[in-house]
Structure formats: structure tokens, C-alpha cells
Design a protein around this ligand. Structure first.
Ligand code: SAM
Length: 366
């Protein structure tokens, strides 16, 4: 299960407790049925332990990575919005024909749902105290608030890059949803602490109108930092655990496709040891622009390590010059399948679109 799954499991568990009165009553009793969503069920259902379908809406859904975590935790997706046609097609292929492939600005009304999730895109959030710029792309979170206001979910979850939390936009989102009657809290969570084989820090903001907000406890710990308070947790998941069983030689099968590097690129790859980077290149193979760039960029042209989590997977993971994307052992960047695995997508997940579009969907997934 991916980090979204862990957050989703935590949210699902507490929603069930609230809705059914006790988790004990739920054991072995999954008498799901659909009925009017987004309202607390009547008292008798809560006390008898009858469970209903908990419906899910995903805004800015992309391929549906965020939805996937919640589906794995037992939620039923009923509505999504995503204006990229290929991403919307991927979403539909995996979760059903309820993804509206339109600009969220054009969505007039949002249907009811028990939970709304979403990662509004950010082009760079403004620091606290700064005036909110008028760039409309920075204002898309307002549609999230609009959906919460119309749909009145029991719970909502916003995911985003770390700077959202202390940005003017993030604080305003929290203020506005509190004014709608929600308990709201936000934190920066590290995906590695929830079993994802990848360093990926994200702001998670949770709003609830069925009790206070509780964040899930970490399930994994950096083995180098284990102490008496964390001895019971699992070690961080590693690249080896995620992709170690895949053939070193790409097969073209199931997104495990290779690329055709130039002889010079191949020569460069061969000079980078596990954990190494562009500074391991001999002068004759170092491009001029890299030689001049002496500061920063330690991940540039880097090679992953087998027994550590991966770096953050971004949309251009297939270009080693963009980050630490060389395979731990083979002389090539990681394949789409490997990136999808590191992002927590199961091999059965269906992707639609060109190779570049699929890479975008994988790298964008929350
Ligand atoms: C960070 S990605 C979401 C990833 C997704 N949550 C996942 O886990 O797979 C943000 C998505 O918002 C979509 N998007 C951006 N602006 C939009 C708009 N105005 N209306 C609808 N979708 C939009 C983008 O196409 C992109 O797929």
C-alpha cells in the first residue's frame, strides 16, 4: 500500500469508528449498501455496526494515484475532475466512467460525497505575509473549498508540496474550511515513514466535521535513526524491495521499456557508482555547463542505491540529467515500470497515453 493508502486507512478507520460506533462491531460485517451519501447515518445504524459505502470525490485527479490509496482502504470513488484527456482516460480505465474531463472552472456543481480528496496544482505558493498573487493557477485551491461547501463531505484531505502548509494560500484554505464548520489541521508527512520506498515529503491537510483531526502514526523508520521510541516500527522500504525483481535488461513488456542512449551517454552512466553523481564523471565526459555549476545539484546524474528509498520521482524520471534516476546497477535510467512501482502503483494499473504522458501521470501522482 502507498502513502496515500496509509493516510486513507487512518481516515477510513476513524470514519468507520464515528459512523459505526465501534470498530469491533465492524469485524466480519461488511454489509455495504449505497444510500444517501454525505450525511451522518441514523443512530440505529451507527450503534448496530451496519456499514455503508463511503463515497469518494477526487479533484485534480490525474491518473488517480491519490484515489488508488483510498480505494485500497475501502472507499468507493463516485466523481472526479481532471482536464488532461490522457490522465482522465487512465483514471476511467481503473476506477470507472465518472471522471469529468473538463476544466474545474467549468464545473458548476459538485455531487455529494463522504470524502473529498485532491491535490490542487501549484505554480509556487506565496510565503506567509506576502500578498496572494493573481496568477489564476495559484487560485485553483478555491475550487476545492467550493466543492467542500457544496458537497458537505464528512472529511476532506488536501495533498500538496511542503510549501503549501505555511503559504498564504494554505492558511486561507484552512481558514475558509474552518468557517464552513470543519475541524482542520495540516502537517508535512514523509512518505518513507509510511512504507513508501521514496523520499517524498508532502503537506497533508485534513478537515473533519465528525470529530477532531488525527494524523496516522508512522509505520516505518529510518533504520539509522531507530531508537527506543521507534524500535517497533519497520525499516524504511527500499528501492530493492520495490524493483529488485524486475529484469535488469528492459523487456518492453508492461512499461518496462528501455531507451536508446548515445554511446557518450552510456559511457557517462558507466562512471557513476551507486549513490554517485555527476562529480564522478572524468573531465572529458563532463559537459561544460555542469563543470561551471559547482554548487547544488548533488542528485544530478545520480545513481540510486539499492538499500535506501529512492529520491522523489518527478515527471522526467527517464532523464538522468534531471536527477538521481540511474538504476542502482544497470547502465540506464529507471524505466516507467520501475518509477510506477516506486510510486506505489501495482503492475495491474492501466495507463493511457504516450510514453511522455504516462511518465507525467506517474511523476505527478500524489
Ligand atoms: C498533481 S496532479 C494530480 C495527481 C493526482 N492527485 C494523482 O495522485 O495521480 C494535478 C492535476 O491537476 C490537473 N489540473 C490542473 N489544472 C486543472 C483544472 N483547471 N481543471 C482540472 N484539472 C486540472 C492536471 O492536469 C494534473 O493532472
Amino acid at each position: 500500500m502507498n502513502s496515500k493508502g496509509q493516510v486513507a486507512v487512518g481516515v477510513m478507520k476513524r470514519m468507520k469508528e464515528k459512523l459505526a460506533g465501534s470498530t469491533h462491531a465492524l469485524n466480519g460485517h461488511r454489509a455495504f449498501y449505497v444510500r444517501e451519501s454525505h450525511k451522518l447515518p441514523p443512530e440505529e445504524e451507527r450503534t448496530t455496526g451496519t456499514v455503508r459505502v463511503l463515497t469518494l470525490m477526487d479533484l485534480f485527479a490525474g491518473a488517480g494515484g491519490f484515489t488508488l490509496g483510498f480505494v485500497q482502504a475501502g472507499f468507493t470513488p463516485v466523481f472526479a475532475v481532471e482536464f488532461d484527456k490522457d490522465a482522465a482516460a487512465t483514471y476511467e480505465a481503473n476506477f470507472g466512467p465518472h471522471c469529468s474531463p473538463e476544466d474545474i472552472n467549468d464545473v458548476e456543481s459538485f455531487p455529494p460525497a463522504d470524502i473529498i480528496i485532491g491535490g490542487p496544482p501549484c505554480q509556487g505558493f506565496s510565503n506567509l505575509g506576502a500578498h496572494i498573487p493573481n496568477d489564476p493557477r495559484n487560485q485553483l485551491w478555491r475550487h476545492f473549498v467550493r466543492a467542500v461547501e457544496q458537497s458537505r463531505p464528512l472529511v476532506f484531505v488536501v495533498e500538496n508540496v511542503p510549501p503549501l502548509l505555511n503559504s498564504e494560500e494554505g492558511q486561507e484554505l484552512m481558514r475558509e474550511t474552518r468557517a464552513l464548520g470543519y475541524n482542520v489541521d495540516g502537517r508535512i508527512l514523509h512518505a518513507t515513514d509510511y512504507g513508501v520506498p521514496q523520499a517524498r515529503k508532502r503537506t497533508i491537510i485534513i478537515g473533519s466535521r465528525i470529530g477532531r483531526v488525527v494524523f496516522p502514526k508512522p509505520t516505518h523508520v529510518d533504520p539509522k535513526k531507530r531508537d527506543l521510541t521507534t524500535f517497533h516500527l519497520c525499516d524504511w522500504a527500499t528501492v530493492r524491495q520495490a524493483i529488485g525483481d524486475l529484469p535488469l535488461e528492459p523487456t518492453e513488456y508492461s512499461l518496462h521499456f528501455g531507451r536508446n542512449p548515445t554511446p557518450k551517454s552510456l559511457e557517462r552512466y558507466k562512471h557513476i557508482p551507486p549513490g554517485g553523481n555527476r562529480w564522478n564523471l572524468p573531465p572529458e565526459l563532463m559537459p561544460e555547463c555542469w563543470r561551471k555549476k559547482t554548487k547544488g545539484g548533488t542528485d544530478l546524474f545520480g545513481r540510486l542505491r539499492w538499500d535506501e528509498p529512492s529520491v522523489t520521482i518527478r515527471t522526467e524520471f527517464f532523464k538522468p540529467e534531471k536527477g538521481r534516476y540511474l538504476h542502482p546497477e544497470a547502465h540506464r535510467p529507471i524505466t516507467h515500470r520501475e518509477a510506477a512501482r516506486i510510486q506505489g502503483f501495482p503492475d495491474e494499473f492501466v495507463f493511457k497515453g504516450s510514453k511522455i504522458e504516462i511518465a507525467k501521470q506517474i511523476g505527478n501522482a500524489d
